[in-house]
Design a protein. Sequence first.
Length: 331
Amino acid sequence: MTSMMRTNTELDLGIIAAPVAKHWDRAEQILVEQFRTPPPWLERLMSDRAIFGGKRLRPLLLLLSGSACGDIREGHLVLAAAIEMIHLATLIHDDLIDGATTRRQMPTVNVEHGPTNSVLLGDWLYAQAFVLAARSQSTAAVDALARSIRSVCDGEIRQHYCQGDFDLSLDDYLAMIEGKTASLCAAACEIGAIMSHATTDQRAAMASFGRHLGVAFQIVDDILDLVGSPERMGKTLGTDLANRRVTAPLIFALSCEPPAIRARVRRMVDAPTVDATGLLSLIEESGALQLSWELAKRHCRLAQAISRQVADEAIAQAFVLLTEFVAQRTY
Ligand code: IPE
Ligand code: IPE
Ligand code: MG
Ligand code: MG
């Protein structure tokens, strides 16, 4: 995890990644190699996006899960690099959709190179990720990867159609984030298990760990979109309210006690233009942020319960630390 060592993420995630640290350099090398080959335009569009920044959460999940179920081999490393490429593709497309200007402390591809290049570069990354994944010679792993991308797209499409739907239920929101975010985390864990020839039960347990962690991760992301530090996060925040996205904090604020605050929130979201500052202070006043943190922590506890099934103590401990990281992250 060379790149991770260069960022401000090293302290927490560096410790969590310790049990799989000896595999990072090779996984990172495979990732970087994908961008060091022609075509020449690729290097210009990518600049250092693949190499710098990013928490490398999905490769970490894949390697931890692989270690929980057996030994790490070249196939794990290839797929760890592939899943980070897929994640990167989703970010590039997502930034275009959200109108974000900063990602991983850098201008987004859309800002620097426009929408056409964003679409095509994202597509290129998806394709190259599968070229790489095929090297693992595991049909089951490639299948899990493809299915997770389908779920990401499904979640993003749902989100698009729910834009401005302030009656969205908490269950619908959870289903949406399970698709757009948790499915890739679940796939990372499941693929780690597949490549370690895990039993069906182990595979399901690992996938479930990743899914709960991913749900918690996105709920926290949605809280931080409102109250996080853009410098610390290294990306554009505030895009959810600006795009009339209904996330956990808003759902809780729309159903909060007392009714007077609830009614004020409703009036604000029904107004023709969003007063983001006013809405944010109402959300804070309503107690919705706290309820959102609690919901995220509930999913972290569900993930933690699964990590108790892991026999290897160091890996089980890393899983627990990961849930704690997600439950209190600021970036
Ligand atoms: C950002 O993911 C997109 C979400 C699912 C919220 P990360 O927060 O893992 O992004 P990087 O990889 O660290 O940049
Ligand atoms: C996007 O969710 C999740 C993806 C599928 C990329 P967000 O839109 O909240 O992610 P950020 O905040 O831009 O990283
Ligand atoms: Mg976004
Ligand atoms: Mg976000």
